[in-house]
Design a protein around this ligand. Structure first.
Ligand SMILES: [Zn+2]
Length: 504
């Protein structure tokens, strides 16, 4: 009889610095999968897992899988429901030979700060110590000792911008096959250094400070007992103890080797810390500098309001600077504001509207701006992602309007959505490449969305829960010091945690 592998998980990246929680609808809008709908997934991590299991003649057993766009923490009752869904299906799944979980690693629920550790622990309690549990993670994970203890192998994405979700699912399933065939007796070590930096210089294509660690990591895989090596750039917008970047190593029955390599690479990460810190500009300064550049588009990177990092997307700091400094220039500015979107829809196409826009979802980061413009476009906001980790998945901005203030076009949507390429703008027939200014609310993906066309990009220093410089945030959960809060601190020895070895 073929081996039966349970497949499921909960995938969300959470932000402790916004008060806007992930509710049930955030998951319903994205993915809420069980039974046949889970088995039908042919993209993303789950798709990769299923494909390898089937090719190997294993039987994938659908548990439950839910994902949502990054946001604040998951509401307590929502996490409880998601967890019970998964555990219920696990209880009804019959005897399993292994469990594959698709996780992010930076999930947090209001009642359970370490979402993944808690979930893996609950699964472990049900399946016991003899069944391997393997998790896949985003490389922006906060890997806790609890998660490390409850799982047998953790494999993280190796690309940023993220393009290897499917491949990571395949790697997870292959590791499962190796364990079940007795060839892999996994032991994990993670070494961390207290570096809390944004993802702005965290690209994995060289050159770059994180790419440097990634390249060295990949050179070590397959040498001796080293099975997998994953550099981790921790999602810095959690407020938890022991956060840091470093390296996660899975070795074959060699704890000493795993610890030694994880430490060596974490030290390399530490040495690269200064290069991970980005330079920033005030919005006014950035617009003025942009006006001096020839051609278009110039990117105003309002990374502090990144929906892909859990922000609400409702900042108007960049918009305010554009309206003050360059109202005659073509520009596209996205702002999430469900109330304003509703007003625009009820006014109707071609009508003049006066709106109080922005900072209504997460009001602590700024004041709304008063704008008067014409409703130039209306849409239901539904689109499909093309490429990347969300390839083929539905995106949903909800009721959306384009408000034109002369040449400045404001995309007013109802829901925060992850930025990959320019799917949101494409849906509305906007041509960002032809505009003088485009406001991008992400720290990395704008590079690929405007590759070859952008004439300049300025990372803005604005208030928000996902800032370029983490010194803008009041961490209360961290124990000890960290870089860059203390730029002169010394770290001699990375902090190391080791997993439990179950298959000796
Ligand atoms: Zn990520």
């Amino acid at each position: 009889m073929s081996a039966r592998i349970g497949v499921g998980g909960i995938f969300i990246e959470c932000n402790h610095f916004t008060s806007h929680l992930a509710d049930r609808s955030a998951f319903e809008r994205s993915e809420w999968l069980a039974g046949e709908t889970l088995l039908a997934k042919d993209t993303g991590v789950i798709g990769g897992m299923l494909s390898v299991l089937r090719d190997a003649g294993y039987e994938p057993v659908p548990l439950f899988y839910a994902s949502a766009c990054p946001s604040g923490a998951v509401a307590a009752e929502v996490y409880d429901e998601l967890k019970s869904e998964l555990l219920l299906r696990l209880a009804n799944a019959g005897e399993l030979d292994g469990v594959l979980l698709c996780l992010h690693g930076a999930g947090a629920a209001v009642n359970t700060p370490d979402l993944e550790g808690d979930l893996a622990g609950a699964v472990r309690e049900r399946v016991g110590e003899r069944v391997p549990i393997i998790g896949t993670l985003d490389l922006h994970a906060h890997v806790t000792s609890e998660l490390l203890t409850q799982t047998d192998a953790l494999l993280a994405w190796e690309t940023y911008p993220h393009v290897d979700a499917f491949e990571t699912g395949e790697r997870g399933a292959r590791a499962m096959i190796e364990i079940l065939s007795g060839r892999l007796k996994p032991v994990m070590a993670i070494a961390k250094v207290p570096v809390l930096v944004s993802a702005i210089h965290g690209q994995t294509d060289p050159p770059g400070p994180f790419a440097d660690v990634m390249q060295e990591a990949k050179r070590q895989e397959g040498k001796g007992a080293i099975y997998s090596v994953n550099p981790i750039l921790v999602h810095p917008y959690l407020n938890m103890p022991n956060m840091g970047g470093g390296t996660l190593v899975v070795a074959n029955d060699d704890e000493v080797g795993a610890v030694s390599l994880a430490k060596r690479l974490a030290k390399r990460y530490w040495e690269n810390r200064a290069a991970l810190q980005p330079a920033t500009y005030s919005p006014v300064e950035a617009v003025r500098l942009g006006l001096q550049l020839e051609g278009a588009p110039v990117l105003l990177v309002e990374t502090a309001d990144c929906c892909g990092g859990g922000a609400t997307g409702d900042s108007v700091h960049a918009l305010r600077a554009l309206l003050a400094e360059a109202p005659e220039q073509t520009a596209i500015v996205p702002v999430v504001d469900p109330g304003a979107a509703r007003e625009a829809h009820s006014a109707g196409l071609g009508e003049q509207v006066r709106l109080r826009l922005g900072h209504q979802l997460d009001s602590k980061w700024g004041e709304p701006v008063e704008v008067e413009g014409v409703v130039a476009k209306l849409s239901d906001g539904a689109f499909i992602y093309r490429g990347g980790i969300w390839d083929g998945r539905a995106g949903n901005m909800g009721p959306t309007a384009v408000i034109a203030l002369g040449p400045v076009q404001i995309v007013v949507s109802s829901n925060a959505t992850y930025d990959w390429m320019t799917e949101q703008f494409d849906l509305l027939g906007l041509k960002p490449a032809d505009c003088k200014f485009v406001v991008a609310k992400n720290p990395m993906n704008y590079h690929q969305a405007y590759a070859g066309v952008m004439k300049g990009a300025f990372v803005l220093d604005t208030p928000g829960p996902t800032p370029a410089n983490t010194n803008a945030l009041a961490y209360t959960g961290m124990n000890g010091e960290w870089f860059p809060a203390n730029p002169d601190m010394v770290v001699d020895d990375p902090q190391v945690a080791v997993s439990r070895q179950r298959f000796c």
